[in-house]
Design a protein around this ligand. Structure first.
Ligand SMILES: Nc1nc2c(ncn2[C@@H]2O[C@H](COP(=O)(O)OP(=O)(O)OP(=O)(O)O)[C@@H](O)[C@H]2O)c(=O)[nH]1
Ligand SMILES: [Mg+2]
Length: 239
């Protein structure tokens, strides 16, 4: 079984060498057949040169010139991945490294599962360390997705998810959302196809200052949710 680990990155030059070294030795110690794909989202700094200069085994870089958003970076990595099970996690390793083996194992244990959603909502310490406002924004967004978007999982935004191929590739090849709302689109499309989604408890073990602009990014995400719903309605009418 081959495993692919995908890391979206945007202007991560201050931490990316450390992340790449940590992931490389973690994967080397725990897996025999694997690849790590760093997906550069049009970084303005030298994130991708830093990763390349380390010349780590089984590490690949995919990239494009212009910043488009985490959704596009994840999509580009997944569409280029060669593993049978593919996972992505954030460049700051917010959920730690132990979760990587847990997630791949959970996917292996349930061959019917086509997607795994990391969920902070089902972990006793899932939101530990969040500022009040960040937690409120996160919970409110989730509520909106559940009430207006028909979301059926307990957490949509968690930056830790896995997919089985070929279904994962099939779904991502249809996805259109480039920004932070891409998770929601993937979940909806998986659900529409009746592909099994499992949940796995995760918590943030590594906090850093948020780069997300709560007002601007939330507004953009809400706009994207409406776009996703409209698009899916259009597609289901056409079939
Ligand atoms: N902010 C941001 N991150 C991006 C972008 N494209 C890719 N990423 C990567 O997406 C991952 C998550 O980014 P964060 O800025 O930590 O966003 P988040 O985890 O959703 O939000 P926080 O809870 O505030 O940390 C990181 O690996 C980033 O490098 C982008 O356009 N903007
Ligand atoms: Mg983060």
């Amino acid at each position: 079984m081959k495993y692919s680990l995908c890391i979206p990155m945007y202007n991560e030059s201050s931490i990316i060498a450390q992340t790449a070294e940590t992931l490389s030795s973690y994967m080397e110690n725990n897996f025999t057949n694997y690849e790590i794909i760093f997906s550069d989202d049009g970084s303005l700094d030298n994130s991708k040169d830093i990763v390349a200069s380390l010349e780590l085994p089984h590490v690949r870089i995919v990239s494009y010139e212009k910043n488009a958003g985490k959704g596009k970076a994840v999509r580009n990595a997944i569409l280029n991945a060669q593993g049978e099970i593919v996972m992505f996690t954030d460049a700051d390793l917010a959920f730690g490294t132990a979760v990587i083996k847990d997630v791949f194992e959970a996917m292996e244990k349930d061959p019917d599962a086509k997607m795994l959603v990391g969920s902070r909502a089902i972990h006793p310490a899932g939101y530990a360390g969040y500022t009040f406002i960040r937690k409120l924004a996160s919970k409110t967004y989730l509520k909106v997705l559940k009430v207006f978007g028909g979301l059926k999982v307990s957490d949509s935004q968690c930056g830790c998810k896995a997919f089985r191929f070929p279904e994962g590739k099939e779904i991502f090849s249809q996805c259109l959302i480039n920004g932070f709302a891409f998770d929601f689109e993937v979940i909806l499309r998986m659900d529409q196809k009746k592909y099994k989604i499992i949940e796995h408890p995760v918590n943030i073990v590594n906090h850093r200052e948020s780069k997300v602009n709560i007002i601007k990014d939330t507004f953009k995400m809400l706009k994207d949710i409406m776009r996703i719903k409209k698009q899916l309605r259009k597609e289901s009418k056409a079939t």
